[in-house]
Design a protein around this ligand. Structure first.
Ligand code: ATP
Ligand code: MG
Length: 564
């Protein structure tokens, strides 16, 4: 057992929540929320965020809302809203009847903005977007006050109303909070809280032509919903003083924001903006492409919700960012599928083998164990006949040392079936390519054991040619190539995209039991890894398999070397 498997101490977020429930802060209530922006699909980093929010609510007898932060009408789509809900449910979380949209609060947010103007803490500014940026200053230089900063409250109220009424074009004016243009925190330099966008919104239609900025909507939405702990990722740490300022100015209910480290995964893109670029640039077939680290992609690839939750449990929650080795994620799904995936035989790169002394018209059936890890999984019958397929790389004409598979004159075991010996290699006369092996079998070795107890080292998987089903298999590799040690990443992240992230194999041969395998079902192909029936491209009798993960557990190796 390694350290990560012992009962963990409470992480720092849970420790804060536990303390608050003990001291009776918020009357002992725990109410969290997950606030995605519906402008892309959720990835496994988001799963860390919503898993934390929903789990904490569950563990402390509280509630967790799902709230779409839909304040930007130009980037958001209903497709994303639906995909996000599906993915959260898939991972096993439930918001009950607490589905909300920031757009539900547009009127309240507007009223709060009017209130802020009345308090003398907001003004309508006529600077162009470029000028606004220029006046803002930099990290090292303070900003300058807008010439419109000292408008009277009446003038501001009038102009803001006219902004809402649609009298001005996009970008002509903004509403800004009046805080401090010299603040070392740029977020506090009179941030824009409303902008004019004459665009319909996916929920409110044409009702509005001014839209709240994320920072204005976000903290206030938490306040409106009575959230106790606004748990968010670390990049919002610098925004907390702004949210606090808004809530204090307006004298409204004040949740506590707690920031935690984002999830970073090696060889994986976890930025929605970049993932959108990958989708739009057609580097993948869509958000649910099995190469994508989105929950939709991972699901299609064969990941189970349990394996992702276990991964997140082992990653834990900390305050400082660190990169997690993607091998840990792969380890978790391997562990889970090892317990539950039935074993089958599938040959990815087939080589025909004719067993010359096996009667031509005979078919035998052998019992095969479905899952040695799960006695309840039972057995199935697999057919054996004179012509079979084995894996091309299980044969070598000139075997190197330690190659214990098939070679001229060598004997190997066909899993569950017989011992065979290679007699002859048949080649294409023109190309020299091996097209077929001629073998003989030991009729006394039924089930794969030598009658005289002689040692046969190699065991191969195989399928009966006559019974096999044709299949397509997609091998999936990491999304990014490994960056050079010590070298700065390229200016364009797309230069790191792995050109071999997908290998499509057609003409693969799989055992007959897979003929009508249900879309989404998962198997271990003996010696080849875990595979999942593609839910979009498979047809009855013509399955397509995505390889979830190979059998080689690099994480187990890393753990072992760390222990040593
Ligand atoms: P990105 O910055 O990658 O485009 P995002 O933060 O814009 O993602 P949102 O829809 O705003 O996407 O995300 C909802 C919540 O998910 C945010 O509150 C954010 O804290 C959290 N989140 C996003 N990415 C990660 C990550 N890699 N690890 C942990 N939490 C994340
Ligand atoms: Mg965001």
């Amino acid at each position: 057992m390694d350290a990560s498997e012992k009962t963990p101490a409470l992480d720092f977020v849970r420790a804060i929540v536990a303390d608050d429930t003990k001291t009776g802060r918020y009357d002992g209530r725990v109410h969290t929320r997950f606030p995605p922006e519906p402008n892309g699909y959720l990835h496994i980093g988001h799963a860390k965020a919503f898993g934390l929010n929903f789990s904490i609510a569950e563990e402390f007898g509280g509630l967790c809302n799902l709230r779409f932060d839909d304040t930007n009408p130009t980037a958001e789509e209903t497709e994303y809203v639906e995909a996000i809900m599906k993915d959260i449910r898939w991972l096993g979380f439930d918001w009950g009847d607490r589905l909300f949209y920031a757009s539900d609060y547009f009127q309240q947010l507007y009223d709060h903005a009017v209130d802020l103007i009345r308090r003398g803490s907001a003004y309508v500014c006529d600077l162009t977007p470029e000028e606004t940026r220029e006046y803002r200053g930099t990290l090292t230089e303070p900003g300058r006050n807008s010439p419109y900063r000292d408008r009277s409250i009446e003038e501001n109220l009038g102009l803001f109303e006219r902004m809402r009424a649609g009298e001005f074009p996009d970008g002509a004016r903004t509403l800004r909070a009046k805080i401090d243009m010299a603040s070392p925190n740029i977020n506090l330099r009179d941030p824009v809280i409303y902008r004019i966008i004459h665009a319909p919104h996916h929920r409110t239609g044409d009702a509005w032509c001014i839209y709240p900025m994320y920072d204005w909507a976000h903290g206030l939405s938490d306040s409106i919903e009575g959230i106790t702990h606004s748990i968010c990722s670390i990049e919002f740490e610098d925004h907390r003083p702004l949210y606090d300022w808004f809530l204090d100015q307006l004298e409204v209910y004040h949740p506590q924001q707690i920031e935690f480290a984002r999830l970073y995964l090696s060889r994986t893109v976890l930025s929605k903006r970049k993932l959108l670029e990958i989708v739009n640039g057609k580097h993948v077939k869509g958000w649910d492409d099995p190469r994508m680290p989105t929950l939709a992609g991972l699901r299609r690839r064969g990941y189970t919700p349990e394996s992702i939750r276990e991964f997140l449990r082992r990653v834990g929650v900390a305050k400082t960012d660190s990169e997690i080795d993607v091998a840990l994620l792969e380890h978790c799904v391997r562990e889970d599928l090892n317990r539950r995936a039935p074993r089958v035989m599938g040959v990815l790169r087939p080589l025909r083998v004719v067993i010359e002394d096996y009667p031509e018209d005979r078919v035998e059936e052998f019992d095969a164990i479905n899952n040695p890890e799960d006695p309840g999984a039972g057995t199935r019958r697999i057919a054996f006949s004179r012509e079979i397929y084995i894996e091309r790389d299980d044969f070598r004409e000139d075997p190197p040392k330690k190659f214990f598979r098939l070679a001229p004159g060598r004997e190997v075991r066909l899993k569950h079936a017989y011992l065979i010996t290679c007699e002859r290699v048949v080649k294409d006369e023109r190309t020299g390519e091996i097209v077929e092996l001629r073998c003989r079998y030991d009729p006394e070795s039924r089930g794969g054991e030598a009658p005289d107890g002689r040692r046969v080292k190699g065991t191969l998987h195989w399928v009966s040619a006559r019974h096999a089903i044709d299949a397509e298999v997609r091998l999936i590799d990491h999304q990014l190539v490994e960056g050079e040690e010590g070298q700065a990443p390229p200016a364009d992240f797309k230069d790191l995209l792995n050109p071999n992230s997908l290998t499509t194999l057609t003409g693969c041969k799989v055992e007959q039991s897979l003929e009508n395998a249900a879309p989404g079902s998962r198997y271990q192909f003996l010696r080849r890894g875990y595979f999942c029936v593609d839910s979009l491209d498979s047809a009855p009798g013509a399955p397509v398999f995505n390889r979830t993960v190979s059998l080689r557990d690099t994480w187990a190796k890393i753990e072992k070397s760390q222990r040593a």
